[in-house]
Design a protein around this ligand. Structure first.
Ligand SMILES: [Zn+2]
Ligand SMILES: [Zn+2]
Length: 580
């Protein structure tokens, strides 16, 4: 089997809040589904991410609570790690920006590109709040976007047009902490010479066949409209990685650059923990190695421009992004998720509302905003679980397996197919499997999940038409053929479900008597068994959400009362910094 080396990553969550469902589908869950798929295909995968814990947001929060920043991030990091476990996220290494390997790595990396002439010192105008007496980080200044006129643009980026900004570009700037007008002071800072790499980035993006259109278009339009300007790389705050450049001792590295390099340092740390220190370079510098990034669309500039530019600036043959899967936004019942207005569901709450990780994983993948913004609706959640997973998929699986168990003592035999319905459905299974594979390799996860539902639906139609229960007396051979094809379809479904709903898939494969520690598919799922093959006693893998719960979830008033109760209970379990 030809396999390759992959580093799969998800954007590093900033550690000052619990991720909500939109964050989850935009990064960690999508990356997990992709990593699980690759492993199943026999690829050599390292799946990494970590907590982004530096920067002024945490520094200000810590000052307010009168604790040290690291005390804050210790407790929230621990809590978030526990949540990844509950959501079955299969990280090989989930680390944090405070780990020593990372800090050392960032300093060395930055010095290298400094020596290569890609960093220089410039004067920069920095907003300073006279009332709060601090230099304000970019996102602590808000005002009107100079490009599109959007009122609530932040000093680092406009949420409306997606452009990266500098705070002094904002019209009518104000401090988000106290509302006063900041003073702009001249400070010396170190800049990354993005401008020197403009041509290389444009060339790379243009020639890159696997990049999604939204990523390509954004990057090209950025370069064509404003060009790539030098970007400041250091900050005046204390909580971060000390800047390594001569004369910059009182500065830290801007969190964004810090977190981006975490993809590399987390791989390095992973192999160091295994006692194979040098091996990480094979995943980042070998010519055949591949990297995949799962991010929200607001992160495109950092992953499609700044990260590849940093890698290019080293002069070493680092692997540039193979896949950048940037999702659009998930809305919540037609509104934007908002912590301050309590609009949305957060990932710890979700499991208290409906305690089934697979149901959440499945529903989120089904609503993954791949091409346009999508909307989380409770009615859709109920439909995905009750109609799709239970009626279409689960029901088909259970029907086939109980028939095999009832008529043939659980034994599936080889078959010589001649009937057109059998041949046609068997061909359909193969087509679905092939399309699924190619969509998954391109990280089109929602599109691939569509095929799972279709296979379940078509499977039920096939069984209805063949009606094996009516033929068992007159034509045993035909029933054998039907259940042979049905078995192939069920096995294929069980395998296709694995990346999305790993626990349920494991149950299906157990019933199918496929007992491998780690399922690896060479060509087709059917290769996992040798006919004749005996299955175990079937049982229902999925169950519907109870009607009493559905009634609550679909009634706006009842649901809000229920969610409020769950939230109040949960708030006590959260570390203080993560409470609402
Ligand atoms: Zn704008
Ligand atoms: Zn202020």
């Amino acid at each position: 089997m030809v396999t390759g080396k992959w580093v799969v990553t998800s954007a590093w969550p900033y550690i000052n809040s619990v991720p909500h469902l939109g964050n989850m589908i935009g990064s960690v869950l999508s990356a997990d589904v992709f990593a699980r798929f690759l492993r199943m295909m026999g690829e050599d995968v390292v799946f990494v991410s970590g907590s982004d814990e530096h920067g002024t947001v945490i520094e200000v929060e810590a000052r307010k609570k009168n604790v040290s920043p690291v005390e804050l991030t210790n407790s929230s990091h621990e809590y978030i790690v526990r949540l990844w476990g509950l959501w079955n996220i299969s990280f090989d290494n989930y680390t944090r920006t405070e780990n020593e390997i990372h800090k050392e790595f960032v300093r060395r990396f930055m010095l290298k590109i400094y020596e290569n002439g890609f960093i220089d010192k410039r004067e920069q105008v920095i907003p300073y709040c006279p009332k709060d007496k601090i230099y304000l980080p970019d996102r602590f200044v808000e005002g009107v976007c100079p490009y599109c006129g959007f009122e609530g643009a932040r000093g680092d980026q406009c949420d409306n047009c997606g452009r990266l900004l500098e705070p002094e570009q904002l019209i009518n700037p104000r401090c988000v902490l106290c509302g006063s007008t900041p003073i702009f002071r001249k400070r010396e800072h170190w800049f990354f010479r993005l401008d020197k790499l403009e041509k290389n980035i444009l060339e790379w993006v243009t020639r890159h066949d696997l990049l999604d259109e939204n990523v390509k278009n954004f990057t090209k339009s950025w370069i064509e409209t404003t060009g790539l300007a030098p970007r400041s790389l250091t900050r005046d705050n204390k909580w971060g990685i000390p800047s390594p450049f001569p004369g910059s001792e009182d500065k830290t590295i801007y969190v964004w650059f810090d977190a981006l390099l975490g993809y590399l340092s987390a791989t390095k740390e992973y192999f160091a923990k295994l006692g194979r220190e040098g091996d990480w370079v094979r995943y980042w510098l070998d010519s055949g190695a591949k990297t995949a990034y799962f991010i929200g669309k607001d992160n495109i500039p950092f992953h499609a421009v700044i990260l590849p530019a940093l890698l290019m600036a080293t002069g070493e043959p680092y692997v540039l992004p193979t896949i950048i899967s940037a999702t659009e936004y998930l809305m919540y019942e037609g509104r934007k998720f908002s912590k301050s207005r309590r609009v949305g569901v957060w990932i710890d709450e979700a499991l208290k509302i409906v305690n089934n990780t697979d149901y959440w994983r499945y529903s989120l993948i089904r609503m993954r905003p791949e091409d346009k913004d999508t909307n989380f609706k409770w009615s859709e959640f109920v439909r995905f679980v009750n109609n799709e997973l239970n009626d279409h998929i689960g029901n088909f699986i259970h029907r086939v397996l109980t028939l095999i168990y009832r008529f043939f003592d659980g034994v599936v035999d080889d078959a010589r197919l001649t009937g057109s319905a059998d041949l046609e459905f068997r061909k359909y299974v193969d087509e679905v499997w092939n399309s699924y594979k190619s969509l998954m390799y391109r990280a089109r996860l929602r599109e691939a999940s569509e095929l799972i539902v279709k296979l379940g639906e078509r499977g039920n139609q096939y069984i209805n038409v063949k009606a094996p229960w009516a033929k068992i007396k007159e034509d045993v051979n035909d029933v054998k053929n039907t259940l042979n094809v049905g078995f192939t379809a069920v096995l294929t479904l069980g395998v296709m479900l694995y990346p999305i709903v790993p626990q349920s898939s494991k149950k299906i494969l157990e019933i199918l008597n496929v007992r491998e520690e780690r399922v690896v598919i060479a060509g087709h799922p059917i290769e996992l068994v040798k006919l004749p093959h005996k299955i175990n006693k079937p049982e229902q893998v999925f169950t519907k959400l109870p009607q009493s719960l559905v009634d609550v979830l679909l009634n706006d008033f009842e649901r809000e009362r229920y969610l409020e109760r769950v939230r109040n209970e949960l708030n006590n379990e959260r570390p203080e910094v993560l409470r609402f």
